[in-house]
Unconditional design. Structure first.
Length: 302
């Protein structure tokens, strides 16, 4: 198998990437990742975007990257093989998001791929979710490469649950799903999400978050679906974490700069001065957020 990140003679493929329409590049990206996964002996499932039934997204809805879920325990072998074929890590599982659910890798020709080790919002163990979805998945050709695709029900379930944390496009995605699915299909999707313990994400996705108000993670899903400040996110995550250990880890992650995200924002490797500035900014934002929260509490108590 030729290295997907270079032309056959080893030339840089950046020009090839720029000349390809986005939808073509993404389809090739799905196919390339599947080829590497097959080579590595890693089970993957293609999620969202160009891998799913075309009617599940509204016309004109575009994806920006390739999303695949990796069978728990197969992550490292897939990562190693992707690296051999020109993919480079941009964010790790630890630094990628507050869910620690995916890492991002980039290839000069195919762009970004998000490798999911779990799907945000589910309380069922990731291995159980993967096995349940994989058991009902099937092979579908993407650019002539047989790729593992979830069932239509599971495709729609992942799209719906993802909409809970996409404040800009999520509501439209959820509305479109409800319109295009039959009543029986919609009920099956909701039941699937409920069976995975996705109550908060499901309530947010369906516009029924107020029914979740008495739950510890209510404010967290309100933030994920509606947005807010960094302090709003911190307090929401604090309330969703009942143990001292979990809250201690949260404080550490809030103050310590995320080196991967800092590097992406700067477009280069951060210097010691960059890290110091980011640390100072985080401390400053935290203090300001705490001060505003205390002011609001004082006004409410008057």
């Amino acid at each position: 198998m030729s290295a997907p990140g270079t032309d056959g003679d080893g030339r840089d493929a950046t020009l090839a990437q720029r000349s390809l329409p986005r939808d073509v590049r993404l389809r090739l990206g799905h196919a390339a990742v599947q080829m590497v996964a097959d080579e590595a002996g890693a089970d993957v499932l293609h999620l969202k975007g160009h891998s799913v039934d075309s009617d599940l997204y509204a016309a004109g809805r575009m994806s920006s990257d390739v999303d695949v879920m990796v069978r728990p325990g197969h992550e490292q072998r897939l990562i190693e093989h992707l690296e051999r074929h020109g993919w480079q890590t941009e964010t790790t599982f630890a630094s990628g998001s507050v869910f620690h659910h995916a890492m991002t890798m980039r290839n000069e020709r195919f762009g970004h791929v998000d490798l999911h080790r779990l799907f945000p919002g589910l309380t069922t163990p990731p291995a159980e979710v993967f096995e349940a979805v994989f058991a009902q998945s099937g092979r579908r050709e993407i650019c002539a490469i047989g790729s593992q695709i979830p069932s239509r029900r599971d495709q729609a379930t992942f799209i719906l649950l993802h909409s809970a944390r996409d404040g800009s496009r999520g509501p439209r995605d959820a509305k479109h799903l409800r319109a295009v699915l039959s009543a029986e299909e919609w009920q099956a999707v909701v039941a699937r999400a409920e069976s995975w313990g996705a109550g908060g994400a499901l309530a947010a996705a369906m516009g029924e978050l107020e029914s979740w108000r008495d739950r510890p993670d209510y404010e967290f899903w309100r933030y994920m679906s509606q947005g807010g400040t960094r302090w709003d996110l911190f307090t929401a995550r604090w309330k969703a974490r009942p143990t001292v250990r979990a809250r201690a880890r949260l404080v550490g992650s809030a103050l310590i700069p995320n080196m991967d995200h800092l590097a992406m924002g700067l477009g280069r490797r951060p210097t010691a001065m960059d890290v110091a500035r980011e640390l100072a900014r985080r401390v400053r934002d935290t203090v300001r957020g705490l001060f505003r929260a205390l002011q609001q509490r004082s006004r409410r108590e008057r």
